[in-house]
Design a protein around this ligand. Structure first.
Ligand code: MG
Length: 391
């Protein structure tokens, strides 16, 4: 018996990491480096950062690597693949878990490739579930692939729901910090600078999700993500503002019990839990100190200040291709804001324009989703008056 358990322990969990050079990817590498006896990084992919990906390959002795879109003319190290197809091959390779941390719509095809190969995925890319939640769920069901959340709120819900019956759940409630503009006068939103919007009060994250947190589009996208991850109706998914980001989300049960997950804001906790398939690893973060005197406060979301939440919720309820349009328009608008081509207050209104103009397609195919994504990028770019931003 001891021989068997030793053999199981001796088998390291093979991890494929897509998006190895971004914020989540770097933190995933940190977790893996702290537990060399538990994890083996067997495949890594990134967007276009040749030097960053090469250094991960060397540091961990990774056998396979690929870039989604290497800079034109750049000579890649021997063995490094390029293009979406090469990344999809990585996503499907033999392993215990594929961590998906490529931001945005670019993660869709690699995610589907991993699910079609029956791989367990740990996903940090909510955009994929927003764009194509029905399809992602169907592909996972067809091969028995499992989808584990890395997003901190959804990891919290996963932890709260472990061991509970589905019919015991009354409501999922996502917490949101409210971002940097929770108390700023909305009349001044047109003059918000990129630097102000990137100054998140509690979390250090990549630029796209930080802007989404400021507009609270992030919470809207997360409502859709929660709907697909946990198969709970939109009417049973709420959001509240909790400025300290200590309570990461909570579940209300039918008996009136409320179960929450608390912790310091450190993405390595949900990353480690997901890549270890729910096993808790020691010392990832220090426990939150609840006796430090600071109150845990909760507020309702002000719909007038944060129209993105209701916009995303109604896009989710409409279903079909509308969430894909919401997501693509938002990606284009956020990129334009970061490039200082539009004002902060234009982000959500551009997304509203796209969602308002689309003719829905119910039960969409992959082609329908990709068409909707392309249409919304074109539509929004034309409104902005710039070039089409590709996925
Ligand atoms: Mg989140």
């Amino acid at each position: 018996m001891s021989t068997i358990s030793t053999a199981v322990e001796a088998r390291r969990r093979r991890v494929v990491l897509l998006g190895a050079t971004g914020s989540i990817g770097v933190q995933c590498c940190d977790v893996i480096s702290r537990f060399p006896a538990l994890f083996e990084l067997v495949g890594v992919a990134a967007g276009s950062d040749v030097a960053g990906l090469s250094s991960v390959v060397q540091r961990f002795g990774v056998r396979r690597s690929a870039l989604v879109s290497p800079p034109p003319g750049e000579v890649l190290p021997p063995g490094m693949g390029s293009g979406v197809e090469a990344v999809c091959e990585l996503a499907a390779m033999e392993c215990e878990v594929v961590c998906v941390a490529i931001p945005g719509a670019a993660a869709l095809l690699p995610t589907l490739a991993a699910l079609d190969a029956g791989r367990t995925i740990a996903t940090a890319t909510k955009e994929v579930l927003v764009m194509a939640g029905e399809m992602v769920r169907a592909r996972a069901a067809a091969t028995g692939a499992r989808i584990l959340p890395v997003d901190s709120e959804h990891s919290a819900l996963w932890q709260c729901l472990r061991g509970e019956r589905a019919d015991s759940v009354s409501r999922l409630v996502l917490t949101a910090s409210g971002g940097p503009f929770r108390e700023r006068d909305p009349a001044t939103f047109a003059t918000v600078t990129v630097e102000e919007a990137l100054r998140h009060p509690t979390w250090t994250m990549g630029p796209k999700v930080t802007i989404d947190s400021a507009t609270m589009m992030n919470k809207g996208l997360e409502i859709i993500e929660a709907h697909f991850l946990f198969d709970v109706a939109y009417a049973q998914i709420g959001a509240v503002i909790h400025p300290r980001s200590i309570v990461h989300s909570f579940v209300e049960f039918i008996d009136g019990a409320v179960v929450a997950q608390l912790g310091v804001p450190d993405m390595r906790v949900p990353i480690a839990l997901a890549i270890a398939d729910g096993r808790r690893l020691p010392g990832i973060a220090a426990p939150a100190r609840l006796t430090d005197g600071a109150a845990l406060e909760f507020f309702e979301v002000d719909a007038a200040r944060f129209p993105a939440v209701g916009l995303a919720r109604s896009a989710g309820e409409r279903g079909g291709i509308v969430p894909a349009v919401l997501n693509a328009a938002n990606e284009v608008a956020v990129a334009a804001f970061l490039e200082r081509r539009i004002g902060y207050d234009a982000i959500v209104s551009l997304v509203g324009d796209a969602v308002g103009a689309v003719a829905n397609v119910t039960d969409p195919s992959l082609g329908d989703v990709l068409d909707a994504d392309a249409w919304a990028r074109r539509f929004t770019s034309e409104r902005i008056g710039g070039a089409v931003t590709s996925a």
